[in-house]
Ligand binder design. Structure first.
Ligand code: FAD
Length: 463
């Protein structure tokens, strides 16, 4: 922070309703912790913004002081892009308001809200929009990258439900953007990440969901996985948009519905979800159960908000994490062989291979309709490598990289931007495919100096 005097910092402080945390302050160390414990960055100041005016003041201060700048929403990005070393962090964790208009079916969501905040407010009216599958994740980062979850087959991606946003741009303007106001910028934030400014408010369309939905797990021994995945892929070909079935291969957690002898053993779990009633879904449940000989199952009526939190314990903040991800348009026999092979040699008990099913309504828009381009991807496979002890870093990371390499020939070549780790900046162009050049041009228009670069960075096109 050599470029900034203490007088300048004091003057900046007078412009804030929120507070500034600097090294040595009480609360500084907890404020610089994010979901992935592999990330250990030390910002010069963490600005806990209380509202959009604080965000504006912080953007102006960082730009004029030439400080590195990062923006923290829910702090879940695997690459640690919520933080920067020696710079200024705009911390939105105190801006978590969610307002619901049940008549218009709209949600107005501040930039630091989590999925749990969103679901809590929207479900009070029996409403929801497609977001992710862990309630601790930030709405902002998830949406800005595209955002998919249990409702995406029925209602599309989070970005497909974004109506408008309020954004603070690098030159210190506050813009209300939508399909009709600054349409290029609105297109870019629907997948382009935090590259274009700080979103202080999102407006989402809402849909009637729940409060009770049908969801749960059917768990099989890993030994049956190849046959099950082949039957599963056929089911997906014929399945309606109001059903989703995701795949997790891992060691069984000590879930109460699994017999004790299966705890810690390798399993394949099929996670079912539908907004429909359980009796309407019985045919699909029976079919999935019949794929093999399950060792346990727990499927039925559950509150939507509870299902949104069901996977939180498996992916709680504070562990060491390293991810590798591919999109798949088809699951070939060869892909299935590699997936099952690597699920049989997990390097640590909490590692998992995870196939998130997309498709359905998320595949309807064209690849260029929003900055998120992967409309033909049917699965986003993510390798959640997860462990506690730094001594395991090398074994775990090597396993993930090796599996990634071995599965690459069967994948589509594209990847979801929100699953990229810090060492994958060479994959950003692939993550945007046909939209990359337009994103570079829009970046040049709205952030020519690349102020917002602590992210999966899209560089401004050369003038
Ligand atoms: P942050 O790290 O705070 O932010 C992520 C990026 O967005 C950073 O570059 C940041 O600068 C920028 N940013 C954050 N807030 C703003 C803002 N208000 N304005 C401008 N830029 C901002 N993704 C899915 O699509 N579906 C899932 O089901 C899913 N599940 C997940 C589960 C877990 C446990 C985790 C860790 C991640 C999951 N993800 C999922 C990926 C998730 O979408 C990304 O990690 C996303 O970046 C998280 O957003 P965040 O706000 O929590 O993170």
């Amino acid at each position: 922070m050599d470029t900034v005097t203490s007088d300048q910092v004091n003057d900046f402080r007078t412009k804030l309703r929120g507070s500034i945390l600097s090294p040595g302050d009480a609360g500084y160390d907890s404020a610089r912790q994010i979901w992935n414990a592999m990330i250990d960055k030390r910002p010069a100041m963490i600005v806990r913004c209380a509202g959009p005016a604080d965000v504006l003041a912080a953007v102006n201060f960082a730009r004029d002081s030439k400080l590195p700048l990062a923006v923290r929403g829910g702090g879940h990005n695997i690459a640690g892009s919520a933080l920067c070393d020696d710079g200024l962090v705009i911390d939105l964790s105190a801006m978590r308001s969610v307002q619901i208009d049940p008549t218009k079916r709209r949600a107005y969501v501040e930039g630091g809200a989590t999925l749990r905040d969103f679901d809590h407010e929207a479900q009070a009216y029996g409403l929801a929009t497609p977001l992710g599958i862990n309630s601790t994740t930030g709405v902002a980062g998830l949406t800005l990258g595209g955002g998919f979850g249990w409702l995406s087959r029925k209602y599309g991606l989070a970005v497909d439900n974004l109506i408008s946003a309020d954004i603070v741009t690098a030159d210190g303007r506050r813009l209300h953007i939508s399909e009709t106001h600054e349409p290029d910028l609105f297109w870019a934030i629907r997948g382009g990440g935090g590259n274009f400014g700080v979103v202080t408010n999102f407006e989402f369309a809402l849909h009637p969901v729940g409060p009770e939905v049908t969801a749960g797990l059917i768990v099989f021994p890993l030994a049956q996985a190849k046959s099950i995945l082949k039957q599963y892929r056929e089911l997906v070909d014929t399945m309606g948009d109001d059903v989703s079935v995701w795949v997790v291969l891992r060691k069984a957690p000590p879930l109460p519905f699994l017999p004790g002898e299966w705890h810690g053993k390798e399993i394949l779990a099929l996670a079912l979800f539908s907004p429909k009633k359980t009796d309407e879904l019985q045919g699909v449940i029976d079919k999935v159960r019949g794929f093999g000989q399950p060792v346990g199952e727990h499927v039925g009526a559950v509150p939507y908000a509870a299902w949104q939190q069901a996977f939180d314990p498996l992916l709680a903040p504070g562990a060491r994490n390293y991810w590798k991800s591919h999109n798949f348009e088809r699951l070939t026999d060869d892909a299935i062989d590699v997936i099952v092979d690597y699920a049989g040699k997990l390097p640590s008990p909490n590692c998992e291979i995870f196939l998130g099913l997309i498709g359905g309504q998320a595949s309807v828009p064209s690849a260029t309709a929003t900055a998120y381009p992967h409309r033909s991807a049917l699965w986003a496979m993510n390798v959640h490598t997860r462990w506690e002890d730094p001594a395991e870093d090398s074994t775990c990371i090597t396993w993930a990289r090796e599996f990634f390499k071995m599965s690459a020939p069967y994948a589509s070549g594209s990847v979801y931007i929100n699953f990229l780790t810090a060492d994958e900046s060479d994959r950003i162009a692939d993550a945007y495919g046909p939209n990359y050049a337009r994103l570079e041009a829009i970046k040049a228009k709205y952030d020519p100096q690349n102020l917002f670069r602590a992210n999966q960075n899209i560089r401004p096109a050369a003038p």
